[in-house]
Design a protein around this ligand. Structure first.
Ligand code: C5P
Length: 310
């Protein structure tokens, strides 16, 4: 090969997400819970570069703690590439370079963003040209949050969270994230929620059979009104995450006392998301939290889903 014949590669960027509303219904026979959620994609990204190769391999780097991130077929990005090859009959392989900025096991869908980016990058690299619908179907097989990482923006998710409907959102929402050194396991958080509901059966009554997103949330998103959204934020997993990570309660209180409109656990956590009224307000809160010793990041949403950037 001469220098002129560079090995083909494609770079895709996919966003992390915050669930601004997450209502968890009953546990289904397949081990998943029925959900109603409102996702917002935020400006914290994963980059995946797919380069033509014979077999399937990957490397991981990034700004976050990479402890415990596998680089074999246990990694969702590599599984995404293999699934696409299998489904399309593509006989070659790929090498994936994943650059992570979304906290690992942080409740922001970082692994799902990697999988969505890998699907799109391989589809472009291999010229397999799946339709949006076909990509969505493969994404849903990889994990409940993968379809949203493909779509981005703001969307309502039902079913396992993988049945998506776009939601209208105006303007921009500013968030301050507080990250944790250690992640939590999503299945463990759902298991803790089931145990909590079992213990408190009498007090909380039957678990809602058909969860749905509160219209106030959709109204606030449509209006681009952060104060209205702050009043309507809800995450049913929060009680379970706080039980596994009681240290987070003080951080939530600190952020709210320091002026956040509201604070919430992001997805299954342990990342915390504080909603702010403006970018200036977010910078003030960020400084306050960092001074208090909490590692914080300022992001905004909504942002687009997975897209080819080079
Ligand atoms: O689909 P994903 O691999 O992201 O889900 C991880 C785990 O989270 C599932 O195995 C399940 O334990 C839990 N989960 C759930 N109900 C959902 C989504 C996830 O119980 N709707």
């Amino acid at each position: 090969m001469t220098f002129a014949e560079e090995i083909p590669s494609v770079r895709v960027r996919a966003p992390g997400k915050i669930n601004v509303y997450l209502e968890v219904g009953a546990l289904q026979g397949d081990g998943y819970h029925e959900l109603a959620t409102a996702f917002q994609a935020v400006s914290l990204y994963e980059d995946v570069v797919a380069t033509a190769a014979e077999g399937f391999s990957m490397t991981v780097s990034g700004t976050v703690d990479l402890d415990g991130v596998p680089t074999d077929e246990r990694n969702l990005a590599l599984r995404a590439a293999m699934l696409l090859a299998e489904e399309t009959g593509y006989e070659g392989g790929v090498h994936l370079d994943v650059y992570k900025q979304v906290p690992v096991a942080g409740g922001m869908g970082g692994g799902s963003a990697d999988a969505a980016a890998a699907l799109l990058a391989c589809d472009a690299l291999w010229d397999t040209r799946l339709t949006g619908q076909e990509l969505h179907r493969l994404a849903a097989r990889l994990g409940a949050d993968v379809p949203f990482a493909l779509k981005g923006g703001t969307a309502v998710g039902t079913g396992r969270g993988d049945v998506l409907n776009p939601a209208l959102a105006r303007g921009r929402f500013d968030w301050v994230l507080v990250t944790s050194d250690e992640g939590v396991s999503t299945p463990k958080v759902y298991g803790e929620l089931d145990a909590h509901r079992e213990r408190h059966k009498v007090d909380i009554g039957p678990v809602v059979q058909r969860p749905s997103v509160d219209p106030e949330v959709l109204h606030a998103l449509r209006a681009g009104d952060a104060a209205m959204l702050a009043a309507a934020l809800r995450n049913d997993l929060q009680v379970a995450t706080l039980r596994l990570r009681p240290d987070l309660a003080a951080v939530l209180e600190h952020g709210e006392a320091a002026g956040a409109l509201a604070g919430i656990v992001s997805g299954s956590g342990p990342t915390l998301a504080f909603l702010c009224g403006s970018a200036e307000h977010a910078l003030e809160l960020l400084t306050d939290l960092e001074t208090a010793g909490f590692p914080a990041l300022h992001v905004h949403g909504p942002v687009p889903g997975a897209r080819v950037v080079g």
